[in-house]
Design a protein around this ligand. Structure first.
Ligand SMILES: *Cc1c(COP(=O)(O)O)cnc(C)c1O
Length: 234
């Protein structure tokens, strides 16, 4: 298989795994948007998937790296929805507010207010609040109760539109553990965004997206499985 065939095959395997997860859980596949995490991907690989029209939502975790890529004409010509999924430092908020359509990893009011001030006139910046699922110091995000409080503080903002939760599950969690971690977030999501027409629950990465979709994720974030060399065993 050449590289292009590998990428298309990876994509098709992910799509069919998403479909199966929807079937198992009685969900409508139209509710699911694949977020292609391009942060480690080679430029040419990203361009191949864009040219084939296979991906539209893309995720990056570094502001400067994302800017260097997505402002170049060969990338900018595509109509992509750009998500920031890394830890956002307050001093990068202004740049991020211009470059991205979504900030999926918001975890402080201070950063949210810095974003709100920098969002260009006429633009809506969609944001998800990141829920922290482990006690690890290095993990960003807020414990669920604090995340919910932040959502209520963000709702009155004008240009920043809070529309869901994002979470990263710990590596190596079992299927049962994943479900126990995802369920309270899904429940909070259903309550906190009940009255809102546009909303996203971003759970699941390469290792756990099928379980995440079964548990209600609408925006799984997939990097390594999409861009891998070799996907034996998916
Ligand atoms: C890198 C990253 C991903 C993609 O992870 P894979 O396991 O490669 O699919 C998803 N979400 C976040 C927040 C990331 O930083």
């Amino acid at each position: 298989m050449n590289r292009e065939e590998t990428l298309v095959t990876n994509f098709q395997k992910i799509e069919s795994a998403l479909l199966s997860a929807c079937q198992r859980s009685g969900r409508d596949p139209k509710e699911i948007t694949l977020l292609a995490v391009t942060k480690y991907a080679k430029d040419q690989d990203v361009l191949t998937l864009l040219q084939k029209g296979l991906i539209r939502h893309v995720g990056e975790s570094r502001v400067q790296q994302a800017q260097a890529r997505w402002e170049r004409p060969e990338f900018a010509q595509f109509n992509t929805t750009k998500h920031f999924i890394g830890h956002l430092q307050k001093n990068k908020a202004a740049k991020a507010a211009q470059l991205f359509d979504f900030i999926d990893s918001l975890d402080s009011l201070e950063t949210a207010l810095a974003l709100e001030k920098s969002i260009p006139q006429g633009k809506t910046l969609r944001t998800l609040v990141q829920v922290k699922l482990t006690d690890k110091e290095t993990q960003s995000g807020l414990p669920l109760q604090e995340a919910r409080k932040l959502v209520s503080q963000l709702k009155p903002l004008q240009r920043l539109y809070v529309c869901g939760y994002m979470a990263i599950a710990p590596q190596g969690a079992t299927d049962t553990e994943l479900r126990q971690l995802f369920r309270p977030i899904k429940q909070a999501f259903d309550e906190d965004f009940k009255a809102q027409p546009e909303k996203y629950l971003s759970l699941g990465m390469s290792a756990d997206f099928e379980t995440a979709v079964e548990e209600g994720s609408s925006l799984p974030r997939i990097g390594s499985k999409l861009f891998a060399e070799n996907l034996e065993g998916l």
